[in-house]
Design a protein around this ligand. Sequence first.
Ligand code: CU
Length: 106
Amino acid sequence: MKPGRLATIALAVVFLPMVVPAHAATIQIVMENLVISPAEATAKVGDTIEWVNKDVFAHTATARGGDFDVMLPPKKSATFVLKKAGTVEYYCRYHPNMKATLKVEP
Ligand SMILES: [Cu+2]
């Protein structure tokens, strides 16, 4: 087998799960040095958001509309399954400058 073909197969294995529509995805959002990244993420209803707190202090992912309020202890991660579509602005209750947007598609 040529190396080029092997690379193609490897790419297919990596990207195939992303194009299967019925497959709910997990989207990882990192909190590090008081910054949420990506600050703007897009997901679909049924997807799981996993926030990863890499800081040594606690954060929260608190939706302004009250859709979710996820506690993130230092060096821990937590998940939330998206239940409804819409654009959600969320922030950290302890560090209100930490803000991000989540666009949830139906
Ligand atoms: Cu915080």
